[in-house]
Design a protein around this ligand. Structure first.
Ligand code: UDX
Length: 441
């Protein structure tokens, strides 16, 4: 059944959700306040790098199922099903999440709702937000109690956004148990195709749905920091964390995924989400429950310091050294540099007096905007020109294909530090290079 849907926010989350809901056959209106972003999307261009999204966007624009607007009036007129997919960044100088974008959508949209409507929140928010937004929406909307707020957290990974939206591991919906309404029935209609395919659908109260998302990200971050903590012990004892991870990962209770030791996690989600989770637990008087996440954060940040130390060791002193940095995105298949471990390391090394040359297959523009003083090169080989040390900080396939012979002629010293344990140590050592990985002998 075709349904009309408005999606508020056209960033990674909102643009993907809008295009994918159209792909499911719905009529979709994407809404944003950023006119430049809207113009790009209307022209079939995705304003960020996300494999496969442009095809879905173009197909659905051409089919007339997908449009974009900056007008909330148009959105309120067009649909009675609204998805909220705006960002919840970390507040400046605090751990807590900044909810100004989420709040702004409700403040603008609710007064325009003259008839029954369901607003599904998708953004990652502190537990308790959905209930508060629901009360505010009912207060502001001419339709009053006929406006419902439900929570439908999003678990998509950048680089796999389309696949994760159209073939999710599960769908989670939080509904207001005190006000039985249409939200569950509407969600079943919107996601009918996915439910027919047997995707698990879990319905809970609002708080549980909000916490499912926070805990999933906290668990993933903990898993990465666990293996990175073990990597520190491996380094101290001459053991190899990659073999160790394979070995413990075979235990189905542990699982091998998210056990890749290296430079640690970054991006627009995991770092700020674990901090917001701690801040919210504190507000609720449950701060002790999540103090371990502070250690998860510390272990993660220590990986970056360790990388800088290894680069310094390799060069003797960073003052006047030339350092090649391969990778700037927080992970491959993304041009996102938000809280990117790679750029953080590059910046620290430059501060210590080295000339840093960065290359990334997709994230050059975003890197230049965020770190304008770093040196940038158009190719991996150019970045390595005259280098005293080569640092691989994002595991792009392009870097995994690099051959020692490609770099032999351009570098000053044959030293490579593999911050993602993504290269074959033996191959580089056999070619006369000094190879160092994180958590490997
Ligand atoms: C994450 C969650 O996976 C997703 O479910 C949620 O909706 C948003 O946050 P994303 O930020 O896109 O997604 O990236 P993810 O693939 O989870 O990687 C996060 C970071 O962890 C990256 O910097 C990555 O390099 C790092 N990582 C991941 C590791 O260091 N080791 C691993 O084993 C896995």
């Amino acid at each position: 059944m075709t349904t009309r849907i408005a999606v508020f926010g056209t960033g990674y989350l909102g643009a993907t959700h809008a295009a994918c809901m159209a792909e499911l056959g719905h009529e979709v209106l994407g809404v944003d306040v950023d006119a430049a972003k809207l113009a790009k999307l209307e022209a079939g261009e995705v304003p960020f790098y996300e494999p496969g999204l442009e095809e879905v966007l173009r197909r659905n624009l051409a089919a007339g199922r997908l449009r974009f607007t900056s007008s909330y009036e148009e959105a309120a007129e067009f649909a009675d099903i609204h998805f909220l997919g705006v960002g919840t960044p970390q507040k400046k100088g605090e751990f807590a999440a900044d909810l100004k974008f989420v709040d702004a959508v409700i403040e603008t949209l609710a007064p325009l709702l003259t008839g029954p409507a369901v607003i599904f929140g998708k953004s990652t928010v502190p537990v308790g937000t959905a209930e508060r937004l629901g009360a505010r929406a009912r207060e502001l909307a001419p339709a009053g109690d006929a406006v419902e707020v439900a929570w439908n957290p999003e678990f998509l990974r950048e680089g796999f956004a389309v696949q994760d939206t159209l073939h999710p591991d599960r769908l989670v919906l939080g509904v207001d148990r005190n006000r039985p309404g249409r939200a569950e029935a509407v969600a079943r209609e919107v996601y009918a195709q996915l439910l027919d395919e047997g995707i698990p659908f879990l319905v809970s109260d609002l708080a549980t749905a909000e916490l499912v998302k926070a805990s999933a990200n906290a668990f993933l971050a903990t898993k990465i920091s666990f293996i990175n903590a073990i990597a520190e012990v491996c380094e101290a004892s001459g053991a190899d964390v990659t073999v160790l991870a394979d070995a413990i990962g075979h235990d189905a209770r542990i699982g091998r995924r998210f056990l890749n030791a290296g430079l640690g996690f970054g991006g627009g989600c995991l770092p700020k989400d674990i901090r917001a989770f701690m801040a919210r637990a504190g507000e609720l008087g449950a701060d002790q429950a999540l103090t371990f996440l502070r250690e998860v954060d510390n272990i993660n940040m220590r990986r970056r310091t360790r990388m800088v130390e290894l680069a310094r060791e390799a060069c003797g002193s960073l003052l006047g050294a030339r350092v090649a940095v391969l990778g700037a995105a927080f992970k491959p298949d993304s041009d996102d540099v938000r809280d990117s471990p790679a750029l953080n390391v590059a910046g620290q090394i430059q501060l210590q007096g080295a000339a840093v040359n960065v290359y990334d297959p997709k994230a050059m523009d975003n890197s230049r905007a965020l770190f304008p003083t770093l040196g940038y090169s158009d190719t991996a080989l150019d970045a390595c020109e005259g280098a005293d040390v080569v640092l691989v900080l994002t595991e792009w396939p392009e870097f995994q294909k690099l051959q020692p012979a490609d770099l032999d002629a351009v570098v000053r010293k044959k030293v490579l530090i593999d911050g993602r344990n993504c290269l074959d140590p033996q191959q580089w050592r056999d070619a006369g290079w000094t190879y160092r990985g994180l958590g490997r002998p």
